[in-house]
Design a protein around this ligand. Structure first.
Ligand SMILES: [Zn+2]
Length: 380
């Protein structure tokens, strides 16, 4: 087949008015065909690589040829060739990609999961993993695959986590005019602890900025009315964090990192070892925190059922709040992936209409989806 037929079809699409292609169904269909075409291209690149036709032009490798002849960044060319080679070991994924059932991002995740250590398990599970890739959105599939890797290569997972921890560093250096430059890398757990503390102070400063802007310009306040940019506020939050650290009385108890143990959850929903953000972490990387951490326990008696604490309150707090957060993990809206730690807990049946403040009537809702909720029309 010649690519001129394809070019003719694309020509007709380029001639079309974008507004004719602007409905959701068409946008989805276009992405699907785009993925199929990327799959075909990747497979062709793999065959080109194996056939060594690039040697005739004097190129040192297929990716070097690709980078020059197709005017691609060298990294992108290498990635294309590598993905093409990986496809040879992933027949199910290749078929699903050619069908447009999965996209390049999913396939690249799968390819990265096949290492010398996981090879045997991967080849056994490839069809099952591809099935999951066809069902799950990207972030959920990445999480699912991270758990699969933990089981397929427990040592490798722990070694990776150890390497991440070893790579930790922080530079605070004085530069021109006496200013300071801060640059750091932290492992997932340490980073989450710092980020959480910083975010709490940032939220306080944001509330203060919002109140100040309301007094100055009146309602409605727009983000541009705030006296600080988000980056400025974050910098101020870090200084405030340092100032408060100095205010901790000697011998005072430091706030501790919190770990949640989900009892019975694995039985219903599978393995879980992740941060509140949804980042999967290696079990061993928790160990160095356990002597300093407080641990809470939440008991599940079904995949979506947490044993209730049963206290009637207007807002979700304490154990009830945590139970809903841990159960739902993300905003309830199907098009939203805001992690629970940045969300509110909303009553499914509103409190004003008699909805109780119990786990079964709670759900995680981000600010936008909490405000945009539809009027409640009774149980489904
Ligand atoms: Zn949301």
């Amino acid at each position: 087949m010649s690519t001129s037929e394809l070019a003719a079809v694309v020509d007709r699409l380029t001639a079309a008015d974008p507004s004719q292609l602007a409905d959701g169904e068409t946008v989805r269909a276009l992405h699907r065909e785009l993925e199929r075409l990327t799959a075909v291209t990747t497979r062709a690149v793999a065959a080109f690589d194996a056939g060594r036709a690039w040697e005739g032009d004097g190129a040192r490798s297929a990716s070097a040829w690709l980078a020059v002849r197709c005017r691609m960044p060298a990294v992108a060319a290498r990635r294309r060739v590598r993905l093409g080679r990986a496809l040879r070991h992933m027949p199910s994924a290749e078929a699903a990609w050619l069908e447009g059932e999965v996209g390049e991002a999913h396939v690249a995740l799968l390819a990265a999961a096949r290492t010398p250590a996981t090879e045997a398990c991967f080849d056994r599970d490839e069809a099952m993993l591809t099935e999951q890739a066809c069902l799950l959105r990207y972030s959920h599939f990445a999480r699912c695959l991270a758990y699969w890797r933990q089981l397929a290569d427990p040592d490798g997972t722990e070694e990776d986590a150890e390497a991440q921890h070893r790579a930790r560093r922080l530079h605070l250096s004085q530069t021109f005019g006496g200013c300071w430059k801060l640059d750091a890398q932290l492992d997932p757990i340490s980073g989450a602890i710092v980020s959480g503390a910083l975010k709490r102070i940032e939220d306080e400063l944001f509330a203060a900025d919002w109140a100040e802007a309301r007094d100055r310009v009146g309602e409605p306040v727009r983000p541009t009315d705030l006296c600080r940019t988000p980056a400025q506020r974050r910098a101020d939050a870090l200084v405030e964090m340092a100032r408060r650290a100095g205010a901790v009385p000697s011998g005072g108890r430091l706030p501790e990192p919190l770990f949640t143990v989900l009892v019975g959850y694995e039985t219903f929903a599978g393995r879980v070892c992740e941060l509140a953000s949804g980042n999967v972490v290696a079990p061993g990387s928790l160990a160095r925190w356990l002597d300093r951490a407080t641990v809470e326990r939440i008991v599940f008696d079904g995949p979506h059922r947490v044993k209730d604490v049963g206290v009637r309150r207007r807002v979700f707090t304490g154990a009830t709040r945590r139970a809903v957060e841990v159960r739902d993990r993300e905003c309830f809206h199907e098009l939203c992936e805001e992690p629970a730690e940045h969300c509110q807990i909303d009553h499914v049946q509103p409190w004003a209409q008699g909805g109780p403040t119990v786990v079964d009537n709670g759900r995680v809702a981000c600010g936008a989806h909490n405000r945009a909720r539809q009027p409640w029309r009774g149980p489904p």
